[in-house]
Design a protein around this ligand. Structure first.
Ligand SMILES: C[S@@+](CC[C@H](N)C(=O)[O-])C[C@H]1O[C@@H](n2cnc3c(N)ncnc32)[C@H](O)[C@@H]1O
Length: 303
């Protein structure tokens, strides 16, 4: 079992958060909102969901919330095995969504280390996680490139792409790398974290993009020791077996709702089964470690 931190006890549990999203969804559907936007909630062949839609955001969280919170917790824990955090850690989360990676970091970081977290996303997601006492959390609704361009200096310890590198074109990543190169980084040690998608279509593309950023950091005169630990690939195992934060029993009601969504869609009930979401009914939560894929790179300035 992973140790849990006291500061983080002030934070909503991930299972309560998922149950809260299920309640929100139920209320929206009761008020007549449709599930049709969820047709776009797929990641095959480079498809991108319409994250603006608040019903889709709820369904996304029911489907992926537990798995991603778990993956980011593991990813940050792995980073902390290699570094000793000081009193403050500055994190920039690029494509932060609802900031679930902040939740994960708080769960593994020692209480006496405070987080300065900057979330960046083009979409202003509902129900973002809020700061624990002693931490600061802010949000900038901006494109990643424009955000980095607007920073006078790049001062963070950690730059994380939590399932967002997938959504950037290769040339956008190159442009972001150019910005890192032209601005330079303030810290002697900087960590780049990437959570990538395990499907075959995305994986190769994602790794090419993370390599591209890696190259720019090297051009900056920084070195990264690559070890077997730098790339993590999940194993076949249900996630709640490894960490009590993620007890599936506590979210059974929410998952029941997810499984029954097709029956709650007005179009479906009306017999007009034209909605792909209803037909394909991909309404099961991601609950296995085997989908985890992430990279953790620590770069140090060469003296
Ligand atoms: C798969 S979601 C991940 C959200 C969140 N990090 C999570 O783990 O649930 C990808 C996020 O990246 C954001 N994104 C994609 N391209 C972006 C860009 N160029 N600039 C800023 N955000 C971007 C999307 O809006 C979306 O919120």
């Amino acid at each position: 079992m992973m140790p849990q931190r006291k500061e983080a006890d002030n934070m909503i549990t991930i299972t309560d958060y998922i149950n809260m999203k299920a309640e929100n969804l139920k209320n929206k559907l009761a008020a007549g909102e449709l599930l049709c936007a969820c047709q776009s909630l797929r990641f095959d062949q480079g498809n991108l969901p319409d994250y603006e839609n608040s019903v889709l955001q709820d369904v996304y969280t029911l489907r992926y919330g537990l798995a991603y919170a778990h993956e980011y917790k593991r990813m940050y824990a792995r980073l902390l095995e290699k570094m000793t955090p000081g009193r403050e850690l500055e994190v920039v989360s690029l494509g932060c969504g609802n900031m679930v990676d902040y939740w994960s970091l708080r769960r593994v970081l020692p209480d006496d280390c405070h987080i300065r977290y900057h979330g960046v996303d083009t979409i202003d997601w509902n129900d973002k996680f809020t700061a624990c006492p002693g931490d600061t959390v802010d949000f900038t609704q901006q494109d990643i490139y424009n955000y980095i361009d607007s920073c006078e200096k790049l001062t963070a310890d950690i730059y994380i792409f939590p399932k967002s590198i997938i959504e950037l074109e290769y040339d956008e990543v190159q442009n972001i790398g150019q910005l890192f190169l032209s601005k330079g980084v303030e810290k002697n040690e900087v960590h780049l974290l990437f959570s990538v998608r395990e499907n075959e279509y995305s994986l190769k593309r994602d790794i090419a993009k993370t390599r591209c950023l890696y190259g720019f950091m090297e051009d900056l005169g920084m070195e990264c020791e690559l070890t077997a630990d730098s790339y993590y690939c999940g194993i076949e195992k249900v996630i709640d077996k490894s960490d009590s934060d993620f007890s599936i029993n506590r979210v059974q009601g929410a998952y029941e709702l997810l499984r029954n969504l097709s029956g709650m869609c007005e179009r479906y009930n009306n017999g007009c089964c034209s909605c792909c979401f209803c037909k394909e009914n991909r309404n099961y939560p991601m609950l296995n470690n085997k989908y985890m894929r992430y990279q953790v790179f620590t770069f140090r300035k060469v003296a």
